[in-house]
Design a protein around this ligand. Structure first.
Ligand code: HEC
Ligand code: HEC
Length: 254
C-alpha cells in the first residue's frame, strides 16, 4: 500500500531510476538480494492466474500476518511477516480491501531462491490483535514504526543473516544490489544518539528525511529509503513516529 505500510516498496517493480514502473503496481518481480536469498516479491494483484485473485480474505490475511500461504507453505524473508503478526484486525482488513481494488496485472514472477531453511511458522496463529490507541502517541508511534512501517526491517543490522534487535534502530544494514541496480547502500542510525543518530535533528528535519527524502545536511537520500511511500501519511501519524523515535534508546550506548 502507498502509505506507511509501503507494500509497494517491494511488490511494485522499479525502473533504472528506482521509480515505480507505471501500470505495474503490486505486480511483483522486484528482486531483493541478501547473502541468504535472492527474493522475488510476488504478484499480489487480483489477477487469478499469476496473482492472488483467487485467495479469500482470510487467506490473504493469514499470508500477511502469519506468513503462511493458502497451500500451507511459509513465506520467506524479506516479507516482514514477524512484524506484521502484530498488525491490528482493522488495519489488515483495510489492506485486504485495498488490494481488492488494485488493477489486476498478468505477470509471472520467478520463485525466490533461499539458501536458508524457512521456519514452518512464525509463531502461533494470529487471532485477534486490538488497535493501539492514538491517545498514547509513543505506543501508537511504535506501532506505526515497528509494525505497520516495518522501519526496523531496514534500520536494524543483520548479523549472520538475522536481525540483532538488541541494536534496534542502529545503522549498518547493508542493501546489496538494491532495486537490481547494481549498487550497495547502508541504512542510517535513526535512534536519538546525538552524534550518530537523529539526536540533534529538529522534528522538522526528521520529517523532511521521512517524507521528502532529504537528509539533515541537504543530501538526497537513496531511494532504498521508502520515503516516496510516506508522502500521504497524515501529519498526526508522522508526529507519532517522531515521538516514538525520540523515545528510543540511543545507540551506540554512551
Ligand atoms: C521488504 C519487502 C516486502 C514488503 C515491505 C512486503 N512484502 Fe510481501 N513479500 C515479499 C517477498 C520477497 C515475498 C515472497 C517471499 C518468498 O518467496 O517466500 C512476499 C510475499 C507476499 C505474499 C504471498 C504471495 C505469494 O504469492 O506467495 C503476500 C500476499 C504479500 N507478500 C503481501 C504483502 C503486503 C500486503 C504487504 C504490505 C502490508 C507486503 N507484502 C509487504 C516482500 C515484501
Ligand atoms: C526498504 C528499507 C527502508 C525502510 C522500510 C525504511 N528505511 Fe529509512 N532509510 C533507509 C536507508 C537505506 C536510508 C539511508 C539512505 C541514504 O543514506 O541515502 C534511510 C534513511 C532514513 C532517515 C534519514 C536519516 C538521516 O540521518 O538522514 C530517516 C529519518 C529514516 N530513514 C527513517 C525511517 C522511518 C521512520 C521508517 C519507517 C516509517 C523508515 N526509515 C523505513 C532504508 C529504509
Amino acid at each position: 500500500m502507498k502509505g506507511i505500510a509501503a507494500c509497494g516498496n517491494c511488490h511494485t517493480p522499479k525502473n533504472s531510476n528506482a521509480i515505480e514502473v507505471e501500470g505495474m503496481a503490486y505486480a511483483g518481480s522486484f528482486v531483493i538480494e541478501s547473502p541468504n536469498f535472492k527474493a522475488y516479491a510476488p504478484n499480489i494483484t487480483m489477477d487469478i492466474e499469476t496473482g492472488i485473485g483467487d485467495w479469500t480474505d482470510e487467506e490473504i490475511t493469514r499470508s500477511i500476518r502469519d506468513g503462511i500461504r493458502p497451500d500451507g507453505t511459509s513465506i520467506g524473508p524479506p516479507m516482514p511477516s514477524s512484524v506484521y503478526a502484530l498488525m491490528s484486525g482493522r488495519d489488515v482488513k483495510a489492506i485486504v480491501s485495498y488490494l481488492r481494488t488494485v488493477e489486476p496485472v498478468k505477470n509471472v514472477v520467478p520463485k525466490t531462491e533461499f539458501k536458508i531453511t524457512l521456519p514452518s511458522s512464525y509463531g502461533p496463529p494470529v487471532v485477534t490483535v486490538p488497535e493501539v490507541s492514538k491517545d498514547d502517541p509513543i505506543a501508537y508511534g511504535r506501532y506505526l514504526t515497528y509494525t505497520l512501517g516495518h522501519c526496523f526491517d531496514c534500520h536494524t543490522p543483520l548479523e549472520d543473516g538475522k536481525y540483532n534487535f538488541d541494536l534496534i534502530g542502529e545503522s549498518g544494514r547493508v542493501f546489496d544490489n538494491i532495486f537490481g541496480l547494481g549498487f550497495t547502500t547502508v541504512s542510517l542510525n535513526i535512534t536519538p544518539h546525538k552524534l550518530f543518530g537523529l539526536g540533534e535533528c529538529s522534528d522538522g528535519e526528521i520529517k523532511l528525511a521521512m517524507v521528502e527524502g532529504i537528509s539533515r545536511n541537504g543530501r538526497s537520500l537513496v531511494r532504498a529509503m521508502a520515503f516516496p511511500n510516506y508522502q500521504k501519511v497524515t501529519e498526526e501519524d508522522i508526529n507519532a513516529i517522531v515521538a516514538y523515535l525520540r523515545s528510543m534508546k540511543p545507540f551506540p550506548a554512551d
